[in-house]
Design a protein around this ligand. Structure first.
Ligand SMILES: *[C@@H]1O[C@H](CO)[C@@H](O)[C@H](O)[C@H]1NC(C)=O
Ligand SMILES: *[C@@H]1O[C@H](CO)[C@@H](O)[C@H](O)[C@H]1NC(C)=O
Length: 380
């Protein structure tokens, strides 16, 4: 009895097993042609341009501090929403929510995108951290903070990898010039299709590598922007003086400290953790004249904007849940909204630059809206 029932069981199962095998074989013999084709980077439509309504919106995401995903716990969140309930997936959810709410034209990831010490594989962690941008096909640009390289990839490898990721407009360095660090590049935003400025840059974005850590006279300090980077910046700005510009880098410059005394909008809740070296970034930006605002990361509890020599310095405010923060002080993101002026025939130059922040609370509360720049009606 035993033998006959087991024979019938095998005869019943055999066709199933065989078809399973065939299925596997057929996928081997007749592979999906798209799967076999080399995998090219998906690029957004380039060059980037203002929308038909004359606006261009940038979402700044500062300090995601991504680790391994679901296994990486949140820091500094209220106990009732923390513990096993909270992980890097909360950071991902926040990114999806802000993308859906604001529909940005570009996302600027301003460093400490991954927290090297908690990421067992840098590439895997970065792919997961950035994935919502790719999912929504939003062009994105990234620079490095001081923690990104603390996992399995060097700063150079990280920038190369990010430059090759889908929808990325990140670049490692300007071609043909020797510039310190990795992630110094220029992105121009052209006029909308159909406008007379379709081939002209109306807004310039300068991304700079502010380094990680350095030792100066035997004392540890943070990185800073070097003279070769400033020389490249001055030269690039010279070719683009007609249009306003923004700069993005991770570590603040020493002068940001002084805003405590001269005024700021937003919150200044921790010391500015900058380098002890002042390499003259503010002097360079002031002499260039095109940069209207600088967007920083690094100090998660600071989310203010303050004016230094007519240039706004704005923090993004901490975004990621594995980054240090403060319980009951929601994680946040900054939006930078630039609008063109309507000329007689079509859109012309930039007219105004606004910024605000979104909190990761139930309503994605919008706070601290302010004007950063407006073209004066008096032409000199
Ligand atoms: C993280 O997400 C979980 C699941 O959606 C939620 O229950 C928890 O409140 C979130 N934690 C925080 C700090 O937002
Ligand atoms: C923009 O450049 C394209 C290609 O070079 C050219 O055909 C077109 O006439 C230019 N348009 C304007 C408005 O300058």
């Amino acid at each position: 009895m035993g033998s006959s029932s087991s024979t019938s069981l095998v005869s019943l199962l055999l066709p199933c097993l065989f078809s399973l095998l065939l299925l596997r074989l057929s996928t081997h013999l007749n592979p999906d042609p798209t799967a076999a084709a080399p995998r090219f980077k998906r690029t957004p439509p380039l060059p980037l341009r203002f929308r038909h309504d004359g606006a261009f919106k940038i979402l700044q995401v500062a300090d995601m501090h991504f680790g391994n995903g679901a296994a990486t716990r949140c820091r500094d969140v209220a106990p009732e929403v923390g513990g096993a309930r909270c992980s890097d997936l909360n950071t991902t959810r926040f990114l999806r929510r802000v993308i859906k709410a604001e529909r940005p034209d570009l996302i600027a990831f301003t460093g400490d995108n991954i927290f090297g010490g908690s990421a067992s594989d840098a590439a895997e962690s970065l792919l997961r951290a950035i994935s919502p941008a790719i999912e929504y096909k939003v062009p994105w640009a990234a620079i490095l903070g001081n923690h990104d390289q603390e996992s399995t990839m060097t700063r150079e490898e990280l920038m190369v990898f990010m430059s090759l990721m889908d929808y990325s407009v990140s670049q490692v360095n300007p071609p043909g010039s020797l510039v310190h660090g990795f992630g110094n590049y220029h992105v121009s935003i052209r006029g909308p299709f159909g406008s007379e400025f379709v081939n002209t840059s109306l807004l310039n974005l300068y991304f700079l590598d502010s380094g990680d850590r350095e030792v100066v006279n035997g004392v540890k300090t943070y990185g800073w922007i070097k003279e070769s980077q400033l020389a490249w910046l001055r030269a690039t700005s010279q070719q683009n003086l007609h249009a306003p510009a923004f700069a993005f880098f991770h570590i603040p410059i020493p002068e940001v400290r002084g805003l405590w005394y001269t005024g700021f909008k937003g919150q200044y809740q921790e010391g500015v953790a900058c380098s002890t070296v002042n390499s003259g970034v503010l002097d360079t930006l002031t002499s260039m004249g095109d940069v209207k605002a600088v967007f920083l990361g690094h100090d998660h509890l600071n989310d203010f904007c303050g004016d230094l020599n007519g240039i706004w310095f704005c923090y993004g405010g901490g975004f990621g849940y594995h980054a240090y923060g403060r319980p009951h002080w929601p994680r946040r993101a900054r939006v930078i909204h630039t609008e063109l002026k309507k000329g007689q025939k079509s859109w012309v130059e930039v007219e105004s630059i606004h910024t605000w922040k979104l909190l990761d609370d139930e309503k994605l509360t919008k706070i601290d809206e302010q004007v950063l720049w407006r073209r004066s009606s008096i032409r000199l």
